[in-house]
Design a protein around this ligand. Structure first.
Ligand code: ASP
Length: 321
């Protein structure tokens, strides 16, 4: 199943998710098993894609709630491999929606691809009466053919950048949002209509050392995520730091309230953790906005990254030592 477009070959890598999910009844959009249908079958089931042929590869078959280092390493390797081929113009990745924003961030940070890498997904399983995966796949192909580079996410006719995208809805087909930045573009009948500048792949030199370290480690530096809330305390952080674990905690990302404020009892424990060498990074639990820096901020802020992306970013930072 390999062929080309005028611009070059397109590769579709499957990793599982709801887009490849199956339920017992076609009317059931929630109690299904993710990661059941292989990516070759997903692609060949879409008549609109039959005119073009793609190279397809099943990289993994997981529910993305279970995403972890080994699948990420495999995926990064395969994406990098395909991007290096001169006759391949872009790579599409089918992925579950639950942790898609983390994988998108990871691919952008590690690869900063000059060619487009497009992640897509679905909120309804492949077995649904009206599945959304086929249209998302069609739109992802359009974006892969028309984008310039960088990692983007296509869902429900919207195109998001890897840095800004977040899953914001549990059920709606249009489950992703890019907050203040807004979507990059939308796809209308196969045409990509841009709203803002496309983040450029290759804008900064890829840190080859970081990529190598990521690909060779058996475990990422352990970074935990805690949330500040009313009636917060420091016990969880103290327990984490006291743990005599195989993988000791090297960093903590705190999803602070509002503009990065932290409950005083939690802050006391975080200050102690920091004094013991644990890196503490501050993000916000607010759905929109970023921590706006000011001299009173208790810790380094996450540079606009959401708590889950800041967690991954800190773990990658710590890979460097
Ligand atoms: N749990 C599924 C996954 O992330 C949800 C989805 O794909 O929509 O793989």
């Amino acid at each position: 199943m390999s062929s080309s477009t005028a611009a070059g070959r397109l590769v579709i890598l499957g990793t599982g998710g709801t887009i490849a999910g199956r339920a017992e009844r076609a009317s059931d959009n929630v109690s299904y098993t993710a990661g059941q249908v292989n990516v070759a079958d997903l692609v060949s089931a879409v008549p609109a894609l039959s005119a073009s042929r793609f190279e397809v590869e099943q990289v993994a078959q997981v529910d993305s709630k279970d995403m972890g280092l080994s699948v990420w390493q495999l995926l990064v390797r395969r994406v990098a491999h395909h991007l290096r081929q001169p006759d391949i113009s872009s790579v599409i990745v089918t992925h579950g929606t639950d942790t898609l924003e983390e994988t998108a961030y990871l691919l952008q940070r590690l690869l900063q691809p000059i060619k487009p890498v497009v992640l897509t997904c679905a909120m309804r399983p492949a077995s649904a009466l009206v599945p959304d995966g086929p249209q998302n796949l069609i739109d992802a192909v359009a974006v892969a053919q028309q984008a310039q580079g960088g990692v983007s996410v296509v869902c429900a006719g919207q195109v998001h950048s890897a840095l800004d995208v977040a899953k914001v809805h549990t059920y709606r087909l249009d489950a992703f949002d890019s907050g203040d930045a807004g979507a990059l573009a939308c796809v209308e009948e196969g045409r990509v209509r841009r709203f803002r500048d496309w983040p450029q792949g290759g804008a900064a030199p890829v840190d080859a050392g970081e990529l190598e370290r990521f690909l060779s480690v058996a475990a990422l530096p352990r970074v935990e995520l805690v949330t500040s809330h009313a009636d917060s305390g420091g016990d969880m952080v103290r327990a984490l730091v006291a743990q005599d674990a195989q993988r000791p905690v090297r960093g903590i990302v705190v999803a602070g309230t509002g503009n990065g404020t932290v409950h005083r009892d939690l802050k006391e424990a975080l200050d102690d953790a920091r004094a013991r060498g644990v890196r503490v990074v501050l993000s916000s639990r607010c759905a929109h906005g970023r921590v706006v820096p000011h001299p009173g901020l208790a810790y380094d802020h996450s540079q606009g990254l959401s708590p889950v992306k800041a967690r991954l970013a800190l773990s990658l930072d710590l890979l460097g030592g």
